[in-house]
Design a protein around this ligand. Structure first.
Ligand SMILES: [Fe+2]
Length: 439
């Protein structure tokens, strides 16, 4: 049985039935007033009812019981570092680098995906639907008889270690390192793991992730729509009496009990769906003559703001590729940016800093915080013979780039104890090479 079908493009219409129950989708206006198999119809709206047609997203779910059947929500105890308080720490304009974040301790304690969420930095407020948060997850056990949904925004999940087996209301997805998935606002899901697992999450409050426009690149390139996959309908046939639904609502977690599983959707149709993408399928566009393209050329997905061309957050990768430019310094340039740049490393070593930036770690270069290649990279690239070469082979670095100025949490700055106080030293040995005569 195939777990997935290809998306033919964002905004397309999809439909899916659990293969055990054929013809479970009502057919247009010829449907009876009772759904096939006596299922309940429930709409999940991902945009305002009146959003323009190009942005209007919703899905109809045909399920055994409506989601409304649950006991009242209570505050959830756990995940104490999953918080959106941007005023815990004074602002820090320094270059920040984290050593790899901890996996769960090997003391036998079980930590599931929700319990293992830790917020590193962010900005804005889910109540006004503007902003973002960046989290690390670190877990070693599965979510048994429980599910999570985010009332505040979308999750873009980037596994770094361990495969995530994700059950959603729409069906199941397996997401491995070097793949990503997006779980849009409100969609319930549970994560199963069979080994210690770690990764990064970009949460956006403003809107949904979409493919970037390609402009003069044309119809093909970067992340191609046909490579995105969404689950086929599947439901949990077990008789579950004690199920927990955990909701992130206005930055806090709440839990409600119910005597049925949320994974009871037999069929669905619509265009508001979870999806996954294999980063190895990204079609790299790069310079083939001279000069250095901006990293926006590597954008996989973007959450646009209302300002033209300016993202709440872009998800950008630095995949293996050919480097063939002439007459130019090939690694990333020295840089000061009106955007915030949070980087992570899924595997391998990052070309601009081969030492110190390790898989499972991160860096944050905030607004107008200078950054760029370290001494070793600068010296090497300044003297390299400019022949075509493969770069970033065996690696996958990524960037969450935002037009918002990000505050670091107390967990990110202190509690996690991974901040590398010596990071600034990587630039200190750069020499002033200025000379009156031309080289
Ligand atoms: Fe930069």
């Amino acid at each position: 049985m195939s777990e997935y079908k290809y998306l033919s493009g964002f905004g397309s219409h999809f439909s899916s039935e659990d293969e055990r129950y054929p013809n479970s989708l009502p057919v247009g206006q010829n449907s009876p007033q009772v759904c096939p198999y006596k299922l309940y119809a429930e709409q999940l709206s991902g945009s305002a009812f009146t959003a323009p047609r190009t942005e209007n997203v919703r899905t109809w779910l045909y399920r055994k019981l409506p989601s409304a059947v649950h006991l009242p929500f209570q505050p959830f105890k756990g995940a104490e570092y999953f918080r959106q308080n941007w005023d815990e720490q004074p602002p820090n304009p320094n270059q920040l680098r984290w050593k790899p974040f901890d996996l769960p301790p090997k003391d036998g304690k079980r930590v599931n995906f929700v319990e293992g969420l830790h917020t590193v930095c962010g900005a804005g407020d889910p109540r006004s639907r503007h902003g973002l948060a960046i989290h690390i997850y670190s877990c070693n056990s599965s979510m048994d008889n429980s599910a999570f949904y985010n009332s505040d925004g979308d999750f873009l999940i980037v596994p770094q270690q361990g495969v995530l087996d994700i059950t959603t209301e729409f069906g199941r997805m397996s997401v491995a390192p070097n793949e990503i998935c997006v779980i849009p606002q409100g969609i319930r899901f549970a994560v199963n793991v069979d080994s210690p697992s770690r990764g990064y999450i970009l949460e956006v409050y403003d809107g949904h992730f979409v493919l970037p426009d390609l402009g003069p690149i044309g119809a093909n390139g970067l992340a191609n729509p046909r490579d995105f996959e969404t689950p086929v309908a599947w439901f949990d046939d077990r008789d579950v009496k004690d199920f927990q639904v955990i909701s992130k609502f206005q930055g806090r977690l709440f839990v409600a009990k119910q005597n049925h599983s949320v994974f009871d959707v037999v069929a669905w149709h619509g265009n508001y769906v979870p999806f996954k993408y294999d980063l190895s399928k990204f079609m790299v566009i790069n310079s083939v003559s001279f000069d250095h393209c901006d990293p926006s050329i590597f954008t996989v997905l973007t959450c646009p703001s209302l300002r033209a061309g300016t993202a709440i957050a872009d998800f950008v990768i630095f995949p293996p590729r050919w480097s063939v430019q002439e007459h130019t310094f090939r690694p990333p340039y020295y840089h000061r940016n009106c955007m915030s740049e949070f980087m992570g490393l899924i595997l391998g070593k990052y070309e601009a800093k081969e030492d110190g930036f390790a898989a499972g770690g991160a860096t944050l270069h905030s607004m107008m915080t200078p950054h760029g290649p370290d001494v070793k990279c600068f010296e090497g690239a300044s003297n390299a013979k400019l022949v075509p070469e493969r770069v970033a082979e065996g690696t996958q670095a990524f960037m969450f780039e935002s037009s918002l100025s990000l505050a670091v949490t107390k967990w990110g700055e202190e509690t996690c104890q991974k901040l590398d106080a010596a990071y600034y030293e990587c630039w200190q040995a750069l020499k002033n090479n200025f000379q009156i005569t031309k080289n």
